[in-house]
Design a protein around this ligand. Structure first.
Ligand SMILES: C[S@@+](CC[C@H](N)C(=O)[O-])C[C@H]1O[C@@H](n2cnc3c(N)ncnc32)[C@H](O)[C@@H]1O
Length: 276
């Protein structure tokens, strides 16, 4: 829905200018950015969303950027009540509380892209796995995957990961571990064909563990944040540097712009084939 269009006759033209064109939808919850100049209009905006989008039952206002280790942001409910929901994506279901665990519906295409690369018989580790969307999408898209292991720090996200493994009937394929990657990765050393590292600003710090998790040869998907004018140099350099330190060879096999992270900064992914 174009929010500006829906509010056209309800706001002054200068107010309308400030309304975001779109907003995120997770399950039956809308998450909207409302600038402070429109503080007095938030109820009108929320009411309009509920009226136009009959399957939305809660509207949350984003109160700032994501922060901290758990990558959460403050959300204020401005219409409705419940912040727990079930989101549907390409035939998968994800249960979560939008206030308690990270989830981005904008990363659906990226999840599909990673899942498409997974071959039959592979063992995959998803570090920083949140409510387990990567793991579920991988196990659904590649039913012959050997195992998908997940490691996540946020206890609420771990609980939802357990729910999501169960409701998607993937208990025989996905194993979820609640804890810090620094402490938990060791149990997977030498066991994996592929490691997914979706923690954009910090993932590179865990490359030593990711490299050790691979069998002789394997793939690492490293997420990173970089400025628009030079999106991949830093991530490529980091990947190569850590491989060299570990005595491994590594080759870049893919580079992808995932989504806009902040003004002029992009979340990117670089895929590495590690061997030796
Ligand atoms: C950007 S979110 C990605 C979550 C999930 N992979 C997804 O795509 O929805 C990063 C996640 O990493 C978790 N995290 C941060 N540091 C961690 C660590 N050292 N060990 C395990 N998990 C960590 C956070 O709690 C958060 O859920």
């Amino acid at each position: 829905m174009n929010l500006k269009k829906a509010l056209k006759n309800k706001l002054e033209p200068e107010e309308l200018e400030l309304v975001p064109r779109a907003f995120d939808i997770i399950g039956d919850i809308a998450l909207v950015e409302i600038p402070e100049e429109l503080d007095k209009r938030e109820k009108l905006i929320a009411g309009t969303i509920l009226k136009v989008h009959r399957n939305i039952h809660t509207v949350c206002r984003k109160m700032g950027m994501r922060s901290g280790e758990l990558r959460l942001r403050e959300l204020r409910v401005i219409a409705g009540k419940a912040t727990e929901t079930v989101h549907r994506e390409h035939g998968a279901m994800f249960m979560l509380d939008v206030k308690k665990a990270y989830f981005s519906p904008r990363e659906a295409t990226e999840r599909q892209r990673i899942a498409e690369q997974v071959g039959p018989g592979e063992t995959v580790l998803v570090m920083f796995s949140g409510i387990a969307p990567f793991a579920v999408v991988i196990a659904k898209k590649q039913p012959n995957v050997a195992k998908v292991y997940c490691i996540e720090l946020n206890k609420d996200a771990c609980r939802y990961a357990g729910d999501n493994i169960r409701i998607n009937k993937l208990g025989h394929k996905i194993v979820s571990v609640c804890g810090d990657v620094k402490d938990e990765a060791e149990q997977f050393y030498g066991k994996c064909d592929r490691v997914v590292m979706p923690l954009p600003k910090e993932a590179h710090k865990f490359l030593p563990e990711a490299i050790k998790c691979l069998k002789g040869t394997g793939t690492i998907h490293l997420y990173h944040v970089a400025p628009e004018e030079d999106m991949f140099t830093d991530a490529v350099k980091l990947g190569k540097e850590y491989c060299r330190k570990a005595g491994k060879k590594c080759k870049v096999t893919g580079k992808r712009k995932v989504l806009l992270y902040s003004p002029r900064n992009w979340k990117v992914c670089v895929d590495f084939k590690v061997s030796g």
